[in-house]
Design a protein around this ligand. Structure first.
Ligand code: GDP
Length: 195
């Protein structure tokens, strides 16, 4: 994907109506601090259009980034931030659920998991939720630069087992530092957008 122009077009809060859009969507889900903003910035070739967490867990919105007037990269609110009240967590859950259930334009859902850690209960719930809503999530294993290259296969295997991924589910190691995986993610996204 050659990035010509990007802009944050829509911000949708927990009580807002979901926007009506014409363009196809590619959505990104993941735990707070997993590296979602960094990934979205890397995909858009921007340093800081998507927030990187000064205050993790504060993002209670779905942000729609318009890329080339061709598609939206959709930043779903990060989950699992411990210091947030239960009532607020439930609101986020409902917002994500509403989005997954009511977005006909959604072409692909990427779920981000930190490659260094076993998936959490929240990660598993999110994975199951995406599957339950009829999507086949693609897993992005973030921060791969933090591992030695030789350790990567072992961690990918643990991640597959931890999430009980369905056979054939793609797992793409990614680093916002080195941009490893960026092209692969775009290729996959484009193949799903225009299939
Ligand atoms: P978000 O809360 O999921 O949006 O996470 P951020 O993108 O804000 O990243 C959280 C923290 O992890 C920040 O300090 C980032 O600099 C760091 N980070 C994100 N991606 C990477 C990566 O690929 N490699 C390394 N080493 N650090 C990363």
């Amino acid at each position: 994907m050659v990035i010509k122009n990007v802009s944050l077009d829509i911000v949708c809060g927990v009580t807002s109506t979901l926007p009506k859009t014409e363009l196809p969507h590619i959505a990104f889900a993941g735990k707070s601090n997993v590296g979602k903003s960094s990934l979205i910035n890397a995909l858009m070739n921007r340093k800081s259009l998507a927030r990187t967490s000064a205050s993790p867990g504060k993002t209670q919105t779905i942000n729609f980034y318009n890329v080339n007037d061709a598609l939206y990269l959709v930043d779903l609110p990060g989950y699992g931030y411990a210091k947030v009240a239960q009532a607020v967590k439930e609101q986020w859950g409902k917002l994500i659920e509403r989005y997954l259930q009511n977005t006909g334009e959604l072409r692909a859902v990427f779920l981000l998991i930190d490659i260094r850690h076993d998936p959490s209960a929240n990660d598993k719930t999110m994975y199951d939720w995406i599957v339950h809503n009829g999507y086949e999530p693609i897993i992005i294993a973030t921060k791969v630069d933090k591992l030695k290259r030789s350790q990567v296969p072992k961690h990918v295997k643990a991640l597959k087992e931890g999430l009980a991924l369905r056979p054939g589910t793609a797992v793409i190691p990614f680093s916002a530092e080195t941009k490893q995986g960026r092209e692969e993610i775009w290729e996959l996204a484009e193949s799903l957008l225009f299939e």
